[in-house]
Design a protein around this ligand. Structure first.
Ligand code: ZN
Length: 321
């Protein structure tokens, strides 16, 4: 068996008071119609078996995922990455064509009953997007009004399904801007997960701190790692056990289309490994609560952009200054 785990990392942790149990925040992103329809139910089953709760972020509106794949044809190295990640098999042709040659299908709004299973089974649920693809492609050219409309539409759809407004939001592709952060601030969310980073923090935009804290994704995702740092899902998840131990407030993001699809078994194995290494996997709100219970206040960090290995384009993250 691979040697990884707590032995050398134990001293590096900062667990909550009264507990030596390391935490791992689990975030599930739902980006496509197919991910909502079959990935979410499978993930709910996997998590129930493992007796684990996580935080699900739902794309509410149209699935234009196909546009991403068509756009990606313009980038060098795309075909080899597609082959390594088995994109056609993973996403299926209907998803690849959705919003391109075939009409876009709706995501969470098409499956309100599946959506309601998420909180009914004890998980946290929040908003990921109205139109994930449109946000990723056009956020930079959106007016403040367009940003507000995209968010408001998603929040309304969420409230219609769940009978109450969302308490948390995660920007599509970890891509936020001052307008989206300001709009969220007005809604008084408990927290958001809009960026990559190292630990929960209070964001500063335009020189002013916001009251809505960020709980960033801290670990790499499977799709970033495959064909880049890891040859297969098992070796990726094996390394994540050690990475979760070494990080102070680790958050792992999985995708309904991947870990709820062809990579469900590697995820199941990872959750067992996490349990064997006494890592407690929790929803993000629980990770934030534990962080707040720790001695020091949340750091304040200026929001900016950067890149992460294996992912095309820039993502939001705290920057110096
Ligand atoms: Zn997403």
């Amino acid at each position: 068996m691979t040697a990884y785990g707590p032995t050398s990392a134990e001293g590096a942790r900062a667990p909550g008071p009264g507990s030596r149990t390391p935490l791992l925040g689990l975030r599930v992103d739902v980006d496509t119609h197919e991910g909502m329809k079959s990935g979410v139910p499978r993930l709910l089953d996997v998590l129930r078996e493992a007796n684990i709760k996580g935080t699900f972020y739902l794309s509410m509106g149209p699935d234009n995922a196909g546009k991403a794949i068509f756009n990606a044809f313009r980038r060098p190295g795309f075909l080899s990455k597609m082959r390594r990640t088995k994109a056609a098999r993973v996403y299926g042709l209907r998803t690849i064509l959705s919003g391109t040659l075939l009409p876009a299908r709706m995501i969470a709004t098409a499956f309100p009953e599946i959506a309601r299973r998420i909180p009914a089974e004890g998980h946290e649920v929040g908003v990921h997007a109205w139109d994930h693809r449109r946000w990723q492609d056009r956020l930079e050219s959106f007016s403040e009004g367009q940003v507000a409309r995209e968010l408001a539409r998603a929040y309304e759809a969420f409230a219609e399904i769940f009978g109450e407004p969302p308490r948390t939001f995660a920007a599509p592709a970890w891509f936020a801007n001052d307008a989206s952060l300001s709009f969220q601030e007005n809604l008084g969310l408990d927290y958001a997960s809009d960026c990559r980073g190292e630990e929960p923090f209070e964001p500063i935009i335009g020189g002013s701190p916001l009251a809505t804290p960020q709980v960033p994704t801290t670990l790499p995702t499977l799709d970033e790692a495959l064909g880049d740092t890891h040859a297969d899902a098992r070796s990726f998840f094996g390394s994540m056990v050690g990475a979760a131990w070494r990080a102070r407030w680790p958050v792992l993001t999985v995708h309904a289309e991947l870990e709820g699809g062809p990579y469900a078994e590697p995820l199941r194995w990872f959750l067992q490994q996490a349990a064997d290494h006494e890592i407690r996997v929790v929803p993000l709100k629980e990770l934030l609560a534990a962080r707040r219970a720790a001695a020091a206040p949340l750091p304040q960090r200026t929001m900016g952009y950067g890149t992460v290995p294996g992912r095309h384009g820039k993502v939001s993250m705290p920057v110096a200054g």
